[in-house]
Design a protein around this ligand. Structure first.
Ligand code: BGC
Length: 801
C-alpha cells in the first residue's frame, strides 16, 4: 500500500488547470474551503472538512455529510397562514459523520492549531477524483510526522467513500495512535446556524438530526450504525471497515468503543524513525429511500467487502477510469486563460459530483456541498444543469428528468390545491411536494412547468431518446399543458388574446404580475411541443398513445385547446421602445435609483422590503433576456440588441443565475467585452467567492451556466427543431477554445481560434449541422474546417447589428 500511495501522490500533476491547490491553511477561509474541497457522487457528498476536526474560531466549520434526497420534514409555522400554503418543509439532513480520523503522536493530539505546521498542501485532483492533503507537523514536544491523506467518494460505487491515511515518524521512534470514528449524533453545526436573516439559508433546526436505533461491530475494526429521521421516518445505515498496513516488525494494539450513535476504533502502533503506518477506511451509506429496510445491513456489508477487496488503490483506479471517460466528453479547453480554465473544470467536476442519477433524486441548488436553500431542487436543474448533462452525459440528463416523472403525482395534487387542472410542479422541493413558504417568489413561479417542458424537448431532440418521451415525458407534458390552459384566459380587454395572470417570472425582484413575457413565451412553446408530441405518439406509437390517453383521460378537444391557447398567446410589447415588456406593468414603474444605492446595499433582498423592490424597475436576474437565448430563433438580432440594452442596465445580478445568461446574449449580439466579463464572473463564482456565500455551498446553476456561456455563448450553439447549429466567436484573451457535445449518440468536437473553426466527428457515423447558418455534413472521423467569416470586428466589444 505504501508504494500505491506514492503512486497516487505522483499522479497529482502540479497542473493548476486540473487541480485546486491550497498551499497554506488560512483559518478565516475554513468554511468556504470546506465547500470548495467537497467530494460527492450524486448520491453521497462530504464537505472538505478535516478528518481530525476543526479547532479554530467557533462557527467556522460545517462538517457536512449529505445523502441526496434524504431529508426530514418539519412543520412550517405561519403566524398568518392562508389556504394552500405548504404546511411541511423538507430539508436535506447533515447525516452521520463517518469521516473522523484523529491522530495522536506520543500522547499529543494532532490538529492544525497546535504544535507547528511545517508543510501544508491540500489538492482537489479533478482528473483522479481524489482529495489529497499533505501535512508535516511537529508536536509541542518536538515529534515530527508526515501525514498524507487521500479521500474519495466513489463515482463507480455510489454507496462507498474511502480515506487512506498515512503517517510517517520523521524524527522519533514511538507510538502513533490513529483513532477512526463514526458519529451519528449530529446537531446543527454552528456555522450553519449563523443565518443572520438571510432567506437563502432556510429555517433553523435545533434538534439532533437523527434518532439512534441500533449499532454493532465485528471486533476487527468494522462497525455499523442504524438511525432514523424524526418525522419522515427514513432509515439510514452507515458502516465502516478498516485495513491497516504496518512495517513488518511493528507491533500494534486495537481497541474499539461503541456507545449509542458513536463507534470508534483505535490503532496504537509503535514505529521506528522513518517508518510509516497507513490506515484505509471504507465508508458505506445506504438509506431506506433506495434500499429495502430489511436489506440495509446485508447490502452495506456486501459493499464494504467489495471495497476491502479492491483496496483504496483499486477504488482510486476505477475512479480515474470513470473520470477519463467523463472528461473525454465533457472537458472544455480554453488556451490562454489558466484561471478560467481551472474554473471550467472545477465547475464540470462539481456538477458531476452533485447531480442525482438514480431517477429518484435531482440536483440541489447547492449540490451536495452545503445546506444553503435547505438542499432544495429548483428550476435550476432543468434550465441550467440539465443542458450540461444532456450534451455531455445524457444518461444523467435522463435520470434528472425521470425525477420529475416520479414526482408527477405530487404535481397533480399541487395543481388541485391551487384550484387548477393538470399538474403544477413545485418551485422548490426534495420529495416532490411544494416547499415554498413565500409564494410570491415561490409557487407563483409557474414557469417551472414550462421550464421542465423545455428541458424535456431539448433532451429528446439532442439525444433522440423517444423512449423517454413515450414512457414518461409525454405524460408530464400533457398534464402540465392542462395547467396552462386552465390557468390562463382569453381576455376581451386584450382582444381575446390568451393571458396568464398572477404569476412571477424568473426575476424575483418583480412578483405577482400579469403576462410575464418569459412565462407566456415559454408556455406557448410548451403547449406547441405538447401538441407535436401528441401527434408524434399518435402516428408512431399508437398503442402507447392510446394507453396514455386512457390513463389521463386526454381528449382531442383538449389538444385543439392547447393549440388555440398557444396561437392566441399574449406577449406584452411596447412599440414605442421597440421592446418586449417584462410584464403588463413593468415598464410603467419607477426605475430603481442605482446611482443612489451604495455597493453595501447589495444584494437588495437583504436590505429592502420586497414591496420596495417590487415597485421598481429593477431585476434580480435575467428574465426577458433569458428568453432571448432560450427561444433565440424567435427574435431578430435587432430585437435582441434592443431588449438586452434595455434590461441589462436594470439588472443587479443579485442571483448567481444571471451573469451566465447575460454572457450568452452579449456574445450573440457581438458585445464580446460584456460577454467575457459576465463569463469571468460566472466561471469563478465559487473559486473567487464572487457572491460572498460559497461557505454555504456551491452555486451549481452558475457552474453549469459557465459551460453554457462557452458552448452556447462563444460557441454560438443552438438547437432549433432538433437541428444543431454553431456560430463561434473567440473572446480576445483566448487563443483558442475546444469543446465537445454529444448529439444523438455521436460525439462532435468543436475547435476554434480567431480565424477558423474545425468540426470533427470523434464518435459516430455522420451528422448534419449548421455553421453560421449554412448546412454542412460531417462524416465519421472527419474534420471540417471553416473560416470564421463573421468574426466580430476586432473582437473588441463593438455591437454588430
Ligand atoms: C434565484 C432563483 C433560484 C434560486 C436557487 C434564487 O436566488 O432567484 O432563480 O432558483 O435562487 O438557486
Amino acid at each position: 500500500m505504501n508504494e500505491q500511495s506514492n503512486e497516487l501522490t505522483e499522479n497529482l500533476s502540479p497542473d493548476p488547470e486540473w487541480n485546486l491547490v491550497e498551499e497554506a491553511y488560512d483559518e478565516k477561509d475554513n468554511q468556504r474551503m470546506e465547500s470548495l474541497f467537497s467530494l460527492g457522487n450524486g448520491y453521497f457528498g462530504m464537505r472538505g472538512y478535516f478528518e481530525e476536526g476543526y479547532h479554530g474560531k467557533k462557527g467556522a466549520s460545517v462538517r457536512g455529510n449529505y445523502v441526496n434526497g434524504f431529508y426530514d420534514t418539519a412543520p412550517i409555522h405561519y403566524p398568518e397562514g392562508a389556504y394552500g400554503y405548504p404546511t411541511e418543509g423538507q430539508a436535506m439532513l447533515n447525516v452521520t459523520d463517518a469521516g473522523i480520523i484523529r491522530l495522536t503522536v506520543e500522547g499529543e493530539s494532532f490538529h492544525l492549531n497546535r504544535g507547528q505546521v511545517q508543510v501544508y498542501r491540500r489538492v482537489l485532483d479533478m482528473q483522479n477524483g481524489v482529495l489529497h492533503r499533505l501535512v508535516e507537523w511537529e508536536s509541542p514536544a518536538g515529534h515530527r510526522v508526515r501525514i498524507e491523506i487521500h479521500r474519495l467518494v466513489s463515482l463507480t460505487h455510489r454507496h462507498l467513500a474511502a480515506i487512506h491515511y498515512e503517517v510517517t515518524a520523521l524524527n522519533f521512534a514511538g507510538t502513533v495512535s490513529i483513532c477512526s470514528a463514526m458519529d451519528g449524533d449530529i446537531a446543527e453545526a454552528e456555522g450553519a446556524a449563523d443565518r443572520g436573516g438571510d432567506p437563502r439559508l432556510g429555517a433553523r433546526r435545533t434538534e439532533p438530526s437523527l434518532l439512534f436505533e441500533e449499532a454493532g461491530s465485528d471486533g476487527r475494526g468494522g462497525g455499523w450504525l442504524k438511525q432514523r429521521t424524526r418525522r419522515s421516518r427514513f432509515a439510514l445505515l452507515t458502516a465502516v471497515s478498516h485495513q491497516l498496513e504496518l512495517p513488518p516488525s511493528a507491533a500494534f494494539g486495537l481497541s474499539e468503543q461503541q456507545d449509542g450513535p458513536w463507534f470508534s476504533v483505535q490503532y496504537d502502533v509503535s514505529l521506528r524513525q522513518g517508518e510509516k503506518v497507513s490506515l484505509s477506511k471504507f465508508i458505506s451509506v445506504h438509506t431506506s429511500r433506495d434500499t429495502r429496510e430489511e436489506e440495509l445491513r446485508m447490502r452495506s456489508a456486501e459493499e464494504l467487502r467489495l471495497a476491502v477487496s479492491r483496496g483504496f488503490d483499486g477504488l482510486a483506479k476505477e475512479q480515474r477510469a470513470y473520470l477519463d471517460a467523463f472528461w473525454h466528453r465533457a472537458d472544455v479547453e480554453i488556451a490562454g486563460d489558466p484561471a478560467l480554465q481551472q474554473g471550467l473544470r472545477f465547475n464540470a467536476f462539481g456538477l458531476l459530483q452533485s447531480a442525482g442519477r438514480d431517477g429518484r433524486t435531482s440536483m440541489a441548488a447547492k449540490g451536495l456541498t452545503g445546506e444553503g436553500y435547505e438542499g432544495h431542487y429548483f428550476w435550476d436543474t432543468e434550465m441550467y444543469v440539465l443542458p450540461f448533462f444532456t450534451f455531455t452525459t445524457p444518461e444523467i440528463g435522463r435520470a434528472l428528468l425521470e425525477f420529475r416523472y416520479r414526482t408527477l403525482e405530487q404535481a397533480r395534487q399541487r395543481a388541485q390545491v391551487m384550484s387548477q387542472w393538470g399538474a403544477l410542479y413545485p418551485w422548490r422541493t426534495i420529495g416532490g411536494e411544494e416547499n415554498s413558504a413565500y409564494f410570491p417568489a415561490g409557487t407563483a413561479q409557474a414557469h417551472i412547468n414550462a421550464d421542465i417542458a423545455y428541458g424535456i424537448r431539448q433532451y429528446v431532440q439532442a439525444t433522440g431518446d423517444e423512449d423517454f418521451l413515450v414512457r414518461q415525458g409525454a405524460e408530464i407534458l400533457f398534464e402540465t399543458s392542462r395547467f396552462w390552459v386552465d390557468l390562463g384566459h382569453y381576455n376581451p380587454a386584450r382582444g381575446g388574446a390568451f393571458c396568464i395572470d398572477g404569476v412571477t417570472g424568473p426575476d424575483e425582484y418583480t412578483a405577482l404580475v400579469n403576462n410575464n413575457a418569459y412565462t407566456n413565451l415559454m408556455a406557448r412553446e410548451h403547449l406547441r411541443y405538447a401538441c407535436e408530441t401528441a401527434k408524434l405518439l399518435r402516428e408512431r406509437y399508437p398503442m402507447e398513445y392510446a394507453r396514455l390517453a386512457r390513463k389521463i383521460g386526454l381528449t382531442e378537444e383538449e389538444l385543439r385547446e392547447w393549440q388555440r391557447a398557444a396561437d392566441k398567446m399574449y406577449v406584452p410589447y411596447d412599440s414605442e421602445l421597440g421592446i418586449y415588456a417584462q410584464d403588463d406593468t413593468f415598464l410603467s414603474k419607477q426605475k430603481w435609483d442605482f446611482a443612489g444605492t451604495p455597493p453595501e446595499k447589495y444584494p437588495l433582498l437583504l436590505h429592502y422590503h420586497p414591496l420596495v423592490i417590487y415597485r421598481h424597475q429593477v431585476l434580480k436576474q435575467a428574465d426577458l433576456v433569458m428568453v432571448l437565448f432560450l427561444l433565440s430563433e424567435q427574435f431578430s438580432t435587432e430585437e435582441k440588441i434592443r431588449n438586452y440594452r434595455y434590461y441589462e442596465p436594470l439588472t443587479t445580478h443579485d442571483s448567481s443565475l444571471s451573469p451566465c445568461i447575460h454572457s450568452i446574449v452579449a456574445a450573440e449580439i457581438g458585445d464580446l467585452k460584456a460577454a467575457y466579463d459576465y463569463f469571468s464572473r460566472t466561471v469563478r463564482m465559487d473559486l473567487d467567492d464572487v457572491n460572498g456565500n460559497a461557505k454555504d455551498g456551491l452555486h451549481t446553476a452558475a457552474m453549469a451556466g459557465s459551460w453554457m456561456a462557452v458552448v452556447n455563448g462563444f460557441g454560438g450553439m443552438r438547437l432549433v427543431s432538433g437541428e444543431l447549429s454553431f456560430k463561434p466567436v473567440l473572446p480576445p484573451p483566448w487563443s483558442s477554445c475546444r469543446f465537445k457535445v454529444m448529439y444523438r449518440g455521436q460525439l462532435l468536437e468543436v475547435f476554434f481560434d480567431r480565424e477558423q473553426v474545425v468540426y470533427t466527428l470523434r464518435e459516430g457515423e455522420g451528422l448534419v449541422i449548421r455553421h453560421e447558418g449554412e448546412p454542412m455534413s460531417i462524416h465519421s472521423g472527419e474534420a471540417v474546417r471553416r473560416t470564421l467569416a463573421a468574426n466580430h470586428p476586432s473582437s473588441g466589444g463593438h455591437l454588430v447589428s
